[in-house]
Ligand binder design. Structure first.
Ligand SMILES: [Zn+2]
Length: 258
C-alpha cells in the first residue's frame, strides 16, 4: 500500500513579508484577516489537528505575525466555533464530534436533493461546467485546500440555481463546516492512493451526472443523484473514520469532558 506524501507546508504557506508584518499589508488585507485565513486553513487541513492546544505565543512564532493580529484571529476563529477557549488551557482546536458529522450529513441530505430538483427550472449550467473543470481531482492530494474550496463552490452554485437565497447560505455554511470532515475522511493517512483515486473517480462521475441531469431539466434524476452523492460521501467518511486509529473523531461525551 503506497502512502501519499505530505504536502510541504513551507511550500504552501504564504508568509507575510517582513515589512508587512508591522502594519496593514500592501494588498489591503488586514494582518488579522491574513492570520485568520492562514490559521483557518491549517485547521481545515488538520495541520492543526482537532483537539490540539494552541497558544498566542506558539502561533505568533509559527506564522510570523505580532500578538495583536493573532489575538484578533483567535477571537474570530472562536466565533466560527473552530476554536474553544478556557481560562486555564488557552485555546483548543475544536474536536470533530460524531454528532457534528451526523448533523452536517443529515442536513445536507435533506436540503441539497430538494434544491437541485428545484434548480432545473432556471439553471444556467455553463458556470456549473466551469466549476466542474476547477474541481481538479488529479491534484487533490497535493492541493487539498483548492479542491475543498472548489467542491464547496460547486455545491453552493447548484443550490443557488434553485433561487432560494436563504437555503443557499445554509448549504454554503454546511459545506464550509464539512471541509474538515471531508478532509479527514477523504485524505485520511490510512487511505492508499488507489483508494483515493477510485473514490475520486466515483465522485467526479457523480458531480458530472448531477450537472448533466440539470442540463436535461431532469429534476427527479438530479434529486436522486444528489442524494446518492451525499450518501456516498457519508459512507466514505465512516469507512475512513472507523478503520483508522489516527483520525481524531471525538464522541460527544469526550468533547464535553475536554
Ligand atoms: Zn460533491
Amino acid at each position: 500500500m503506497r502512502r501519499r506524501s505530505t504536502p510541504n507546508r513551507r511550500q504552501t504557506r504564504r508568509l507575510p513579508r517582513d515589512a508587512d508584518r508591522r502594519g496593514e499589508s500592501r494588498t489591503g488585507v488586514s494582518l488579522s484577516n491574513q492570520a485568520y485565513e492562514l490559521i483557518k486553513r491549517d485547521i481545515t487541513l488538520c495541520l492543526l489537528p482537532p483537539g490540539a492546544e494552541v497558544s498566542e505565543t506558539d502561533l505568533t512564532k509559527r506564522y510570523g505575525f505580532g500578538k495583536a493580529p493573532i489575538r484578533a484571529a483567535l477571537l474570530k476563529l472562536s466565533q466560527d466555533r473552530l476554536l474553544t477557549s478556557s481560562p486555564r488551557r488557552g485555546y483548543t482546536v475544536a474536536p470533530v464530534t460524531l454528532r457534528d458529522v451526523e448533523e452536517i450529513y443529515q442536513l445536507r441530505s435533506i436540503l441539497e436533493p430538494a434544491l437541485v430538483k428545484k434548480a432545473v427550472l432556471g439553471a444556467d449550467i455553463a458556470p456549473l461546467r466551469a466549476l466542474l473543470k476547477r474541481l481538479n481531482y488529479s491534484n487533490a492530494a497535493s492541493n487539498p485546500l483548492d479542491f475543498l474550496e472548489a467542491h464547496c463552490e460547486l455545491h453552493t452554485a447548484v443550490a443557488k440555481a434553485s433561487g432560494n437565497e436563504r437555503a443557499t447560505r445554509i448549504v454554503a455554511t454546511l459545506l464550509s463546516d464539512a471541509a474538515r470532515v471531508i478532509h479527514l475522511g477523504e485524505f485520511a493517512p490510512s487511505r492508499s492512493n488507489e483508494a483515493l483515486e477510485e473514490d475520486h473517480k466515483v465522485q467526479q462521475q457523480q458531480h458530472e451526472a448531477i450537472v448533466a441531469a440539470l442540463g436535461r431539466n431532469d429534476g427527479d434524476l438530479a434529486e436522486r443523484l444528489m442524494r446518492e452523492h451525499i450518501e456516498h460521501s457519508w459512507m466514505m467518511f465512516k469507512k475512513a473514520a472507523f478503520s483508522s486509529t489516527t483520525l481524531r473523531i471525538t464522541r460527544e461525551s469526550e468533547a464535553k469532558a475536554a
